[in-house]
Design a protein around this ligand. Structure first.
Ligand code: SF4
Ligand code: MG
Length: 313
């Protein structure tokens, strides 16, 4: 459903070329959920925007259900918008504050020529019901809703075009901890009932481990480790993934033990001037000389379904 091959998005700025995404490859099969994990500034959100053609790649190739995202125009771009939709981190910023919810959702239906008038109002009621909201929410303005309700509306808006793929960019990070699980459960049940494919973006390895089939970890515009969710989240190999793993709070310390307490130090380096060699070397606890000069390629492990970019793994 999604095929990303060596995709890059570079920006020219007064500070030089910012390599927000710098040669990223992954695939997501139909019905599968891939978790894309990394700290802020690693290129996750830019990758999301590339997939929905809000940004165009400066190199590489991105196919969504066979549509070439870099060149899609006109009818192809409309087909892309019907196929893949983005759910934003902050639903408040993505909803028009001056419009009632019904008007916001009906506009999507009208733009895509799906329903108008009474049929649109009926369909909005159905969409709200699908995301667990009463139809009366349609009469409200965004500021009259809770954060969780607003994110449900954001999901309903994405579903209005009956897409096959959702790109979920930190969909619960802005929500109260108490409502995160509800929205995660909603996403899981929608995936099952509608047969959706997800790209789930998060800075939190613990957040993605239950929803995702596979996980890809990004650091400074590149994928550094990818594989099955259990392998990557429970037995990470790349030193960066290991530090993310150690940052996940342990719910019951008697169940999981043996964490060496590796914690991530230092800031994410400036993507306009990524470190030479392995980009993680200034923060890596086991870096060697060659790490400072030679970039490690993302290579499959001999024992199966995992890719790792590290000289020492
Ligand atoms: Fe650390 Fe070297 Fe591996 Fe990079 S290549 S993660 S610096 S050990
Ligand atoms: Mg982001």
């Amino acid at each position: 459903m999604i095929e990303v091959t060596e995709a890059a998005r570079h920006y020219r700025t007064s500070d030089g070329v910012v390599r927000a995404v710098d040669g990223v490859s992954f695939v997501v099969a139909e019905g599968e959920t891939l978790g894309l994990v990394g700290e802020s500034g690693c290129g996750k959100s830019t990758t999301a925007k590339l997939l929905v053609a809000l940004e165009r790649p400066t190199a590489g190739r991105i196919l969504v259900d066979g549509i070439d995202v870099a060149t899609a125009r006109g009818a192809q771009l409309r087909r892309l918008r019907r196929t893949i939709q983005l759910v934003f981190q902050d639903p408040y910023a993505s909803l028009n504050p001056r419009r009632r919810i019904t008007a916001t959702l009906a506009e999507v239906l009208a733009v895509h020529d799906l329903a108008r008038g009474a049929a649109a109002t009926r369909r909005v009621g159905e969409l709200l019901e699908m995301v667990g909201l009463p139809a009366s929410v349609g009469d409200r303005y965004p500021h009259q809703l809770s954060g969780g309700q607003r994110q449900r509306v954001g999901i309903a808006r994405a579903l209005a075009v009956e897409p096959r793929v959702l790109v979920l960019d930190e969909p619960v990070s802005a929500l109260d901890v108490s409502v995160r699980a509800e929205v995660m459960n909603l996403l899981a049940s929608l995936r099952a009932s509608l047969g959706l494919t997800y790209l789930f973006i998060s800075h939190d390895l613990g957040m993605v481990r239950h929803l995702c089939d596979r996980i890809a970890v990004m650091y400074l515009g590149k994928v550094v480790e990818a594989g099955g969710w259990r392998q990557v989240s429970d037995d990470p190999l790349h030193p960066y993934t290991r530090s993310l793993h150690d940052a996940v709070p342990v719910a019951d310390p008697t169940v999981e033990s043996g964490r060496a307490g590796r914690t991530l130090t230092g800031e994410v380096p400036d993507p306009a001037a990524p470190p030479p060699g392995c980009r993680f070397h200034p923060r890596c606890p086991i870096a060697e000389d060659r790490c400072r000069t030679t970039e490690p390629p993302l290579l499959p492990r001999p024992d199966g379904d995992r890719l790792v970019a590290c000289h020492l793994v």
